[in-house]
Write a protein that binds this ligand. Sequence first.
Ligand code: ADP
Ligand code: MG
Length: 253
Amino acid sequence: MDILVKAIDVSKNFGPFKALDQVSMEVARGEVACIIGPSGSGKSTFLRCINLLERMDGGAIWVNDALMGYRRDGNNLHELSDAEISRQRRRIGMVFQRFNLFPHKTALENIMEGPVQVLGEPADQAREHALSLLARVGLADKANHYPVELSGGQQQRVAIARAMGMRPDLILFDEPTSALDPELVSEVLDVMKDLAASGMTMIVVTHELGFARNVANTVTFMEAGKVVETGPASEVLSAPKSPRTAEFIRAVH
Ligand code: ADP
Ligand code: MG
């Protein structure tokens, strides 16, 4: 199997508090890995370690064989410079709970911004790609709308298109539907499902167990900064080994 993301014994402390306690995880290329678990269990912190928004205190994460946060020189590890960190982060898309679009830019401009400013794509090429992505998320007719003119579900679909615009190796989703009105959840999940079917590697923190069951390859249950259980989605969701996982699944349903 072609492993795209490999995390080994990742630890993160906030003062004396262990937000992540030796979290390990592997995600194969083209797979969807869902992370579930109660609030405060460290899910967001783990995603933030993967894309270097947070510095780990222990362990290691590789994405595409690049050791995140560090550079190997023989047996020595050197922390990456800010420039090296931003180079690594470019390969990883992120979609947050709160639609974090640039409010003063249109949907189209939001998607074009990164490719033009960060990747140096010519504007007309970026525009064409952005328009095709908008069509793909069902928003071809909203290209010139500002975020305030879009529903939460539409804004989140633009945020997904924006992440895709950077042609990432991996997209991280942190509870992408939990700030949405219930009737808008499925349009966002449908776009994510389509993205998964296209072969994008995705790590998705979500309470949408139906999505996890239908789309995810693996499900990982976290609690109190630890991985309690991980395995094929159908096994973890239908026949959890840990009573804690079972209890959580019952409570979310
Ligand atoms: P989850 O996403 O599973 O709800 P988080 O990763 O956001 O959990 O948080 C895990 C724990 O770490 C929580 O108890 C949270 O309060 C704590 N935490 C997260 N970020 C910080 C921070 N910057 N400073 C102090 N504590 C933090
Ligand atoms: Mg969170």
